[in-house]
Design a protein around this ligand. Structure first.
Ligand SMILES: Cc1cc2nc3c(=O)[nH]c(=O)nc-3n(C[C@H](O)[C@H](O)[C@H](O)COP(=O)(O)OP(=O)(O)OC[C@H]3O[C@@H](n4cnc5c(N)ncnc54)[C@H](O)[C@@H]3O)c2cc1C
Length: 176
């Protein structure tokens, strides 16, 4: 008996390979008519991505467009949900700031989020750098975080760093 069923939707270009037999899936109540849709990868590949990354500044505003911000995989060769969430939060925050005529926020590189945003930007200027992928979860960027002393799982240490920069609750503050 199936107790828990998770369906992951990662958009058209990146649906995971359909490994779970459809006839079994359809036995689950409510999923009798379920179907797999994988128009781009045709169940052969599980990830077609970075088809168009937007050049942007470290406040996540797209270069050459006055009122457009980007985040996630669109804003650099980032991999991961955390990376999409942190850049998305900053991009949204800065979009509001722009609309209110305020200066845009750039997170300092003494914070891992600020550093990954500026580091990915710097790397995007070289051919070699454009072959790299950036994630907090591993690979070269994880090594860099450790080398720079940015990596910690200690929440109070992270909070202290943010407080020192006067950035605590920055996204929760009402912008006037
Ligand atoms: C198979 C697989 C497994 C993964 N597993 C993990 C994991 O375990 N943990 C983890 O942290 N990360 C994982 N990732 C990476 C993570 O899913 C992505 O890095 C993250 O979802 C990127 O988020 P995003 O918002 O930048 O892009 P997406 O999630 O790709 O969102 C972009 C959206 O824009 C839409 N779109 C595209 N073009 C247009 C257009 N012209 N008009 C309107 N809409 C458009 C797309 O349909 C899509 O919905 C995985 C990725 C894959 C492919």
């Amino acid at each position: 008996m199936v107790k828990c069923c998770t369906l992951v939707h990662l958009a058209h270009a990146k649906l995971m390979t359909t490994y779970y037999p459809l006839h079994k899936l359809r036995k689950i109540k409510g999923l009798e008519k379920a179907k797999y849709v994988d128009p781009y990868a045709g169940s052969k590949g599980n990830s077609i991505r970075y088809l168009s990354v937007a050049p942007r500044t470290n406040d996540l505003k797209v270069n050459g467009v006055d009122n457009l911000f980007c985040a996630g995989e669109k804003s650099g060769l980032f991999v991961g949900h955390t990376e999409a969430i942190v850049t998305g939060s900053l991009a949204g925050h800065n979009a509001v700031r722009l609309s209110m005529g305020m200066h845009l926020l750039i997170l300092p590189s003494s914070l891992a989020i600020g550093d990954i945003i500026s580091y990915a930007n710097e790397k995007s200027t070289t051919r070699e750098g454009r072959k790299q992928r950036f994630t907090f979860a591993g690979s070269d960027y994880f090594k860099r975080m450790k080398e720079l002393g940015l990596y910690t799982t200690d929440k109070s240490e992270i909070l202290n760093r943010i407080k020192k920069l006067n950035l605590n609750d920055i996204f929760a503050q009402k912008l006037l």
